[in-house]
Design a binder for this molecule. Structure first.
Ligand SMILES: *[C@@H]1O[C@H](CO)[C@@H](O)[C@H](O)[C@H]1NC(C)=O
Ligand SMILES: *[C@@H]1O[C@H](CO)[C@@H](O)[C@H](O)[C@H]1NC(C)=O
Length: 452
């Protein structure tokens, strides 16, 4: 009986929202194609001072544009509800409701400063996580309207709205360490309340998204099916991807979690790292995820550079500096924090894919699948004629042995297919005569949707 009484008002709410939406659709000639998009497109920009990749969505009624730091391994969308949260469509998740269940919330309670967004009685909560500073808190679970652009893979099209997108209320203090102007984090994690799964169920498309981080400025995030078309050639990058399985770490890797939760981050099965086609010596146990959830390799957008456990870092950088001394023969220079290995690039030729460096391959499970990193993704130009190896020492016994950071996959497209549990990667788009900044963001929308 209890579950009936909590579910019933929600069902009513859905009907009310849907009918007000269809009124809009008729009033403004939005095609049925637009209301059932196959794919969504979100803009990305790289924040110059923090290096964080920022996206933008519109939320609430009336709609407010929000800048959010992209967190590939984040469990859900979270936003600061303490300041400026005004919306007529904010709905907290009532204890023991279907939403609390969907989000696997294990905590429930009252809040005495309310009622207001983020503070209501008889609501369940999650643990919004600032994964940059590794800080988390408890925050009310809620739903509100979210508007994003649909796409045919080539341009943004009509705006579509998810009337009841689940998110978590964070607090103002949780924004510390995030880029200026950001009001939360866009969690793309492998969780029913992660943004990709929620958009997939809101619009009935497959649980899949593709991330293409720009190296200097703009990038693009597709949620849903391909194609992923880039200018100037109109190449469809969803074709000819290399695939490797995604793995689930059985123990949460978040800053805080409920007991027994698995990780929602994206782990891949790296088996070797090669420098000049030769595997560097790595203790294979470190590449496995153990029963406590330690070890393995994950991909992260909140780490600017790849971080390796000390013994892996030593073996890799040894092999790399030896190879650098032979070819291209660039002399070592003093370290430039946070990087240890820097080189004089005065005499190195300039190529499309960055400085010529020893070939580095990340080898996956199946020996035939590997990811070649070129100079632009491996080296960082810290000043004129000084390039440093963009890899950091993660110390002894880190939680995850290898964290592949953002610099290493900028201008590469990564497709995370949650339904098929596999990662597709393009390698550098420069070899396909384009970059992640070349999605055509000129809208072809036939109309603008106003949500009332
Ligand atoms: C929340 O519940 C407490 C008692 O548990 C009550 O004092 C308070 O008035 C309630 N607040 C609201 C907004 O209903
Ligand atoms: C971008 O898309 C618009 C709308 O379809 C089109 O008019 C324009 O030519 C495109 N630009 C490029 C560089 O392809």
């Amino acid at each position: 009986m209890g579950s009936f009484s909590t579910l019933f008002p929600q069902i009513l709410f859905v009907i009310v929202v849907l009918s007000s939406c269809s009124a809009n659709i008729h009033g403004q000639f939005i095609t049925s194609k637009a209301s059932r998009p196959k794919s969504l497109v979100l803009p990305l920009t790289k924040d110059p001072s923090t290096g964080q990749h920022i996206t933008e969505i519109r939320q609430r009624t009336p709609l407010v544009p929000l800048k959010l730091t992209v967190d590939l391994g984040g469990r859900s969308l979270w936003v600061d509800c303490d300041r400026n949260y005004v919306s007529s469509t904010y709905r907290p998740a009532r204890c023991r409701s279907a939403l609390c269940n969907l989000a696997n919330s294990r905590s429930c309670g009252d809040c005495f400063d309310g009622p207001k967004p983020g503070c209501n009685n008889d609501t369940c909560s999650l643990l919004p996580d600032n994964s940059v500073t590794k800080t988390s808190t408890s925050g009310e679970l809620a739903t509100d309207v979210v508007a994003v652009e649909s796409t045919d893979g080539k341009n943004p099209g009509d705006t579509v709205t998810a009337p009841r997108l689940v998110f978590t209320c964070g607090s103002t203090f949780l924004l510390e360490g995030l880029a200026n102007g950001v009001s939360g984090m866009a969690g793309l994690g492998r969780d029913p309340v992660g943004l990709p799964s929620q958009f997939a169920s809101a619009f009935s498309f497959s649980r899949r998204f593709a991330l293409c981080l720009g190296s200097s400025s703009k990038g693009v995030l597709f949620i849903g099916e391909g194609p992923y078309i880039f200018q100037p050639t109109g190449v469809d990058v969803s074709q000819n991807l290399h695939y490797t399985p995604l793995f689930i770490n059985p123990v949460s890797t978040a800053s805080s979690s409920f007991e027994g939760e698995k990780s929602v981050e994206y782990f891949v099965g790296v088996t070797a790292i090669k420098v000049s086609r030769e595997a560097v010596p790595i203790n294979p146990a470190l590449l496995q995820i153990d029963s406590q959830g330690n070890g393995g390799t994950k991909i992260s957008t909140v780490d600017g550079y790849t971080v390796m456990e000390t013994s892996i870092y030593r073996a890799f950088t040894n092999a790399f500096t030896k190879a650098m001394a032979v070819y291209p023969g660039a002399p070592r220079l003093a370290s430039v924090a946070p990087f240890e290995f820097c080189f004089d690039s005065t005499n190195l030729p300039v190529t499309r894919v960055g400085p010529p460096i020893p070939g580095v391959d990340i080898v996956f499970q199946d020996e035939t699948v590997s990811w070649t990193l070129f100079g632009a993704n491996l080296m960082v130009e810290v000043k004129k004629n000084v390039i440093c190896l963009g890899v950091l020492d993660g110390g002894l016994n880190p939680r995850t042995s290898i964290v592949i950071g953002a610099h290493q996959f900028e201008d590469n497209l990564l497709e995370f297919d949650i339904a098929r549990s596999r990662l597709g990667f393009s390698e550098t788009l420069i070899y396909r005569q384009t970059t992640c900044s070349n999605f055509n963001f000129t809208s072809t929308a036939s109309t603008t949707l106003q949500v009332v």
